[in-house]
Design a protein around this ligand. Sequence first.
Ligand code: NAP
Length: 302
Amino acid sequence: MARIIDGTAVARSIREEVAAQVAQLRAEGTVPGLAVVLVGNDGASEVYVRGKARACEAAGMHSRVLQLPAETSADELLGTIDGLNADPDIHGILVQLPLPPHLNSKTFLERVAPHKDVDGFHPMNVGRAFVGDPNGFVPATPEGIMELLRRERIDTHGRHVVIVGRSLIVSKPLASLLMAPGPNATVTLCHRHTVDLAQHTRMADILVVAVGKPGLITADMVKEGAAVFDVGVTRVEDPTSPRGYVIKGDVDFDAVAAKTSAITPVPGGVGPMTIAMLLRNTVTAARRAHESARRRPAAAVR
Ligand code: NAP
């Protein structure tokens, strides 16, 4: 039976580390600040944004939520982002996705100043992650999976990692982190057009699934002794649950857990790591801003 990876516990210890770094920065005169821009009234997004704001405050950081009406124009949203880019109290900026259909997310993600782009979605940071430049930001979910691998001592060196999904938010950055010198994994990415998905997943020493289709990965698709990371988050109606729905991952958990060496549950696996890594990216942004202000000549600071 697999070891069940407790992402909630690992995330808690990272949040404690972040809180200690925040306390240090505050003592030096900088309060790390995160701004989240939410456009419209998408229920799930509001829940995520509230969760991010609460996590910031619990770590001693300053958080600001800007909730704009669904009919906000592109110019108004660009103006809001420009204001946050120029605000010295804000070190990290998130534009919560999805945006309403009249707003093309690419335009706004590219407007966030790269040094405040703690989501790591700006092309400058995507490129930095790809070339292995540590001065950018890596998106929180793939960074969270890397941290789980490290802290759970799951060796990636020379091993075959199969990732199902090819999104820019999770799978592509994770592939580039894993194949880099250091982790040294051999990586395969699969997607909707992959012929015979099971043939690939069965070869994985480490299988990561980031699709959003509950039950996609069944026990016969997984090698005996593999480690499995389930990124999928889907609300499935369940009248017996108090909320009327339950959260499901992409992996048929009980059957797959029976033959793997380690597995993340949903909820409580990869999910909690995402917020923890977002906080860590924000404190990193604040530390960089603090150091660069210190280096500026006194005359310029005034
Ligand atoms: P996405 O952009 O929708 O990408 C899904 C990927 O799955 C696509 O590359 C798609 O292939 C592939 N796919 C779909 N059906 C497939 C199939 N039958 N066989 C193989 N591949 C298939 O999603 P995402 O943003 O990466 O998110 C994926 C899941 O992770 C979602 O459930 C999301 O809610 C969850 N998520 C969780 C966290 C967290 O913190 N836990 C964070 C981010 C996302 P094509 O490219 O060919 O269409």
